[in-house]
Design a protein around this ligand. Sequence first.
Ligand code: HEM
Length: 404
Amino acid sequence: MTTTEPELLNPSGCPVAHLMDIIPGELPAGQHMRIIDGLREQSPVFTGIAGEFQFFTLTRMADIRKSFQKAQVFTNAAVTPTDPNPPYRWIPEMLDGKLHVDWRQLLTPLWSPGAVEKMKPKLRQRFTEVLDSIAAKGSCEFVSEVALLFPNVIFMDLMGLPSKDADQFQAWEVTILHSDRDAPGAAETQFAAMMEVMGYFGALIEQRRLDPKEDIISYVLGARIDGEPIPMQDILDFCLLMFMAGLDTVASQLTYNFWHLANNPHDRERLLAEPELWPSAIEEFLRFYSFVTPSRKVAEDTEVAGCPVKAGQMVFMPLVAANRDPREFENADKVLIDRENNRHIAFGAGPHRCLGSYFAREELMTAMTMWHERIPNYRIVPGTSVPEHGGQMGITSLHLEWDV
Ligand code: HEM
């Protein structure tokens, strides 16, 4: 798993682990996170190569939290370890300083607890439609038929897009975020899909400029930062971030939750008998299956967990490393659906903490409770595998069946 290449070791003797060792391509579900658990117990920090660049990986909660909070040093100018000089700028994720604060102020009301409360009936209506489409069949491929579909149709509603385009969005999402990165031409296909998404949003922004509606794009079009309207390119960069931050995250989390409950009937039976445990169970799934893998670009020479890092280098901070750290959580390696004081950082920490966390929790709560009211007993289809992709980790397919 880890290799020792003396020419790479920096003066502090930082141990070596390359990105492909940490999150290689496809593995059976759960494996990527167990590899990271193994690294954490070897060292608080590793260095390695990602693409052509040297980068650093932090493996423990204390160091990861501290780095998120020191945002002047650990900046969001780049957020992927393989790409320290990106030609794109997702908004607000890749902003720092005042412009980031301005955007947060603009966006915070959209997903405040009050705003989310008003969205509850729509969430229930949309998840009823998802359940109606599969319940009588007695089986489904959960990722495509439920986990991706639900946040997708909700996103379409929020952005004021016609539901008829949901399939197209789901196809773009799979190409951009889940295509096999080692396949020939994968980068070109991904880039082409990203350009199509931008083209779609570009046309939509023009429509809303002429004919504003009650949706997020019209809201951002009407907003001002420092008294000035927001440039078209920035609105596009915001739309792209929304597409990536709001869709795939909820889909991945939902799939881990169902994979867990299909494999652990005792937890499922307890939740059916004690539904008041759903909120703590959802927090525990967020902690245990933390699939987001943020990175930061270092603005000045510094050190992480005793390893010197140079300005311009990347620091990679898989959240599962922090959230399963036994120094921080008792029984960190166990899923306890009634865990109390669960101070996980599955939504990040510091100035870039997830803006959609209330909303994401409500989407998860809606899906988990409504599914179990209608389909309380289900199992993984015997003989099917449950593969997991690397990058931002996620289960690729999950075949479930139930009696009808
Ligand atoms: C289970 C679901 C979700 C998880 C686990 C999650 C997790 C995260 C994490 C870890 C970050 C911080 C990334 C970093 O520090 O680099 C983040 C940022 C963000 N998330 Fe989420 N997220 C989820 C759902 C959502 C949803 C549903 C929305 C919107 C509707 C959303 C909107 C955002 C935005 C706008 C940011 C950027 C915030 C900033 O840069 O200031 N997220 N999310």
